[in-house]
Design a binder for this molecule. Structure first.
Ligand code: SAH
Length: 465
């Protein structure tokens, strides 16, 4: 990622003194997680710009025994995150402390500054950028990137190029960036240590106390976890015999085997997870959570402060409890997650008040005459802000070699929808319950039959798309 800082203070090349970096030189600094390059794309009396380019080594990130795909494939090498804060504090250490041997009075003088940060994630959208920087006196412009410019239908990403302008002491600009970049990103910090409170107070000195968003800044910077006061396993609402549950578990495994070649389930869960992250959801329910495959991904992301898994099958919940090692989790982690027994056929107050619900490969397990009940349970009563639903695309079934023609992928599927069927149904719901819905293909798309799976993202009221 790239940060540039420009001044038009004159002579502008004094920026080199303030930063202790000579404008004519290109310098490389080796950090624990990669390399920082400092150079000046322009340096004259009227205007001087310094650039800090950070190259993060993805391999360096997982040294220490990472094993999951997510540890190798993530946005960390490309986005402005706590790594940038660490780089600032190491590469511009004296400037951050306001020390300048050659121009001491300049370090203490507000000068016109412009900072530009590329690929800055804002989990909270553009509004959060304004809420964080404007109270500090910055003029801010933000340009949002699409999730993938080749697929405009996927919508916007969480990443921005942000330009901040203000007349400030350089030291103040650097402190604001140091604290607020990780706050915007809200991902796992690279540097979580017992001295974080001390660092926050030091870099927040003189501005944080008066900032209207002090609570959000502090909570996100320190990755404060809200304690959950949710009931544990609750009363039985629907009865299934253990035998039936064993069979379902076996069939679930068969379905995954059919689709395994392209690891479709991974792609599906990845798409759901990316959407949940992107909308900034904190409290999430997984309805029909099964063995907890999505739940285990959610647990790894500190963004999700409150996670609830619900399923009608006791057996699935037991398997999820084992798989997630719920009984061995440290108390802080354990507090974030709960599993409950329940049915999507019945109105349930425990499902209300969530930011988002994931309903992954569940709807096709429901009896068509009972869909109307399901629709009301989710969209009228639970009514989360966002509902993410996935279901197979029946048109694609002709492409599965191991699947006999005319059969469903899973023996317990009551139906499988074509793209048009799913979209018509989903549009109807959106209209009836006041949601907007958009559709995304999951898996490799075939020109004729489409992608193997389909996802609908319903957003309450607001603009979607
Ligand atoms: N979402 C999981 C599991 C999908 S399998 C995953 O993606 O891995 C479908 C799940 O829906 C099963 O676990 C099944 O028990 C659950 N289910 C079926 N009918 C349900 C109902 N009425 N209420 C809640 N869950 C139900």
């Amino acid at each position: 990622m790239l940060l540039t800082i420009t001044t038009t203070h004159q002579p502008a090349t004094d920026l080199g003194y303030l930063l202790h970096k000579h404008p004519a030189r290109v310098q490389v600094f080796t950090l624990a997680f990669g390399q920082a390059h400092v150079f000046y794309p322009e340096a004259n009396d009227e205007r001087c710009t310094t650039a800090l380019l950070l190259e993060i080594s993805p391999v360096g990130l997982v040294r220490g025994g990472g094993i999951t795909l997510n540890e190798y494939v993530n946005d960390r090498p490309y986005t402005a995150s706590s790594f940038l804060s660490v780089a600032l504090s190491q590469v511009f250490r004296s400037a951050m402390s306001g020390i300048c041997k050659d121009r001491p009075e300049l370090a203490d003088t507000p000068i016109p500054l412009e900072a530009k940060i590329t690929a800055l994630p804002s989990r909270g959208g553009e509004i959060l950028l304004h809420r964080l920087f404007e109270p500090l006196g910055y003029t801010l412009t933000a340009e949002r990137y699409p999730l993938d410019s080749a697929f405009p239908a996927w919508g916007e990403s969480a990443y921005f190029t942000v330009t901040l302008t203000a007349t400030k002491r350089l030291q103040d600009l650097l402190s604001h960036l140091y604290v607020l970049i990780p706050v915007l990103d809200n991902d796992k910090h690279y540097y979580v240590g017992s001295d974080e409170v001390e660092k926050l107070l030091r870099h927040g000195e003189g501005w944080l106390k008066e900032h209207p968003e002090i609570e959000l800044i502090t909570a996100r910077y320190l990755k404060y976890q809200h304690s959950l006061k949710r009931e544990a396993l609750a009363q039985l609402v629907d009865v299934e015999t253990p035998d039936a549950e064993e069979t379902v578990a076996k069939h679930d495994a068969e379905e995954i085997a059919i689709e395994d070649k392209i690891s479709l389930h991974q792609q599906r869960l990845g798409a759901v997870l990316a959407t949940l992250k992107n909308i900034g959801a904190r409290r999430v329910i997984d309805l029909g959570c099964g063995e907890g495959r999505l739940l285990s991904l959610l647990l790894k992301e500190p963004q999700f402060a409150e996670i609830l898994g619900m399923d009608v099958s006791h057996r699935a919940l037991e398997m999820a409890t084992d798989k997630l090692r719920l009984n061995q989790l440290p108390p802080k982690q354990r507090e974030r997650i709960n599993l409950i027994h329940g049915s999507l056929m019945y109105r349930d107050s425990r499902l209300s008040g969530y930011d988002a619900a994931a309903i992954v490969e569940v709807v096709e397990h429901l009896d068509p005459p009972r869909l109307a009940a399901f629709e009301r349970v989710v969209f009228e009563f639970a009514r989360p802000h966002t509902v993410i639903m996935t279901t197979p695309n029946a048109e694609y079934n002709v492409k599965w070699e191991s699947l006999p023609a005319g059969k469903f992928r899973h023996k317990d599927h009551r139906f499988e929808w074509t793209r048009a069927e799913f979209q018509t149904w989903a549009q109807g719901i959106a209209e009836r319950f006041g949601y907007n819905v958009r559709f995304l293909p999951i898996g490799e798309e075939d020109a004729v039959v489409g992608a193997p799976s389909q996802m609908g993202v319903f957003v309450l009221g607001g603009i979607n798309g």
